[in-house]
Design a protein around this ligand. Structure first.
Ligand code: FAD
Length: 319
């Protein structure tokens, strides 16, 4: 897996999270809660998510309809939720149970649970042989009844021999972490779609509580140097509670399907399923179940993960 130390900001309650992608997100939320119990680990942060930008009222109604606790906050309350922030607007929505997923805890917990069933190897070829699958790997040649191929940005390379036409576009994303000037203060996650401070960004506290990660949330990825400069400028303007000199930078390949920033699907070649999509981490436990069951919900026609409005209409991608 490629990952940061934290991913995503998600509103999660017993009834679901991310109302704009409500069905898969709500189901994923249930799976996350189940996984926490199974691994006996805390995986989901509940720092809250401050959502700044247009349509606050509509979002509040959608959260309410979904049974997800959310409140409209004034400027002082916004600072109380995210002390490092200069609020971009008079009002913002706080998704009270949202938070960041602790990626390291998830990966460590799963690796521990699987223990010696895991084989770490480089896969050089996956071949469909009419009824069985052949794998050529650094650890040997394998034959399997089924294979689920999830190589992230390595998808095209690994599926080249399967004759699949997967419309996955790759790009490079930069996210920086900044030192918190006063560790210990309240640090909600952030989705700033207002543009009032000059950028659309997402942000989340790092698990150490001493750093805060910020990434650009627009549709197009700028070159890395430009992204870092813009993030630094944003932090200077919008987040005076952070030191604007990046403490660390994480670069990762992004992979996106044409029908949305949260879209995902599998393509099939015989007994091989190849997974492609973006922002998959938040759907991880649900994806695992669907992949294991070879669910038709994952076929491209279902356009799973496509963002929809509260009324069920397709909407623009979410951060
Ligand atoms: C900075 C950053 C922020 C993100 N924020 C969010 C977020 O807020 N919410 C969210 O849901 N998602 C987020 N994501 C995206 C999320 O991390 C990915 O969607 C998710 O990790 C994809 O999982 P994956 O297992 O399909 O692919 P990957 O995580 O890319 O894992 C694929 C793995 O396969 C391995 N591999 C590739 N080819 C081969 C081969 N031939 N042989 C053996 N191994 C191979 C790779 O080394 C890698 O380990 C973020 C990603 C980054 C980097």
């Amino acid at each position: 897996m490629r990952f940061g130390d934290v991913v995503l900001v998600a509103a999660c309650s017993r009834r679901g999270f991310r109302v704009r992608v409500s069905r898969p997100a709500a189901r994923a939320c249930e799976e996350w809660v189940r996984l926490e119990a199974e691994l006996d680990a805390s995986l989901l942060g509940r720092q809250g998510v401050l959502i700044c930008g247009p349509n606050g009222g509509g979002r509040a109604a959608a959260f309410e309809a979904a049974g997800v606790p959310a409140r409209v906050l004034g400027r002082d309350e916004q600072v109380a939720a995210l002390s490092a922030l200069t609020p971009p607007e008079d009002e913002a929505l706080l998704d009270e149970l949202g938070g960041a997923i602790d990626v390291r805890a998830v990966v460590d917990g799963l690796a521990w649970a699987l223990a010696d069933q895991l084989v770490t190897a480089e896969v050089f070829a996956v071949r469909e042989r009419g009824g069985h699958v052949e794998l050529q790997t650094s650890e040997g040649l394998w034959e399997a009844g089924r294979a689920i191929v999830c190589p992230g940005a390595g998808l095209h390379e690994l599926t080249a021999e399967l004759g699949l036409d997967i419309p996955l576009t790759l790009d490079l994303h930069a996210r920086a972490a900044f030192a918190v000037r006063e560790p210990g203060a309240a640090l909600a996650c952030l989705q700033d779609r207002s543009g009032a401070h000059g950028e659309i960004v997402y942000g989340a506290p790092m698990p150490d509580g001493r750093h805060y990660a910020v990434g650009l949330g627009g549709e197009h990825e700028p070159p890395v140097d430009e992204a870092i400069a813009r993030l630094t400028a944003y932090v200077e303007r919008a987040l005076p509670g952070l030191d604007p000199e990046p403490a660390s930078v994480r670069l990762c390949r992004t992979s996106i399907l044409p029908w949305g920033a949260d879209a995902f699907a599998t393509w099939r070649a015989g007994n091989v399923d190849a997974l492609a999509g973006a922002n998959l981490f938040k759907f991880g436990p649900l994806l695992g179940e669907l992949l294991a069951d070879r669910s038709d919900e994952l076929l491209p026609d279902a356009q799973l993960g496509r963002a929809r409005t509260a009324a069920g209409q397709p909407s623009s991608p979410s951060a």
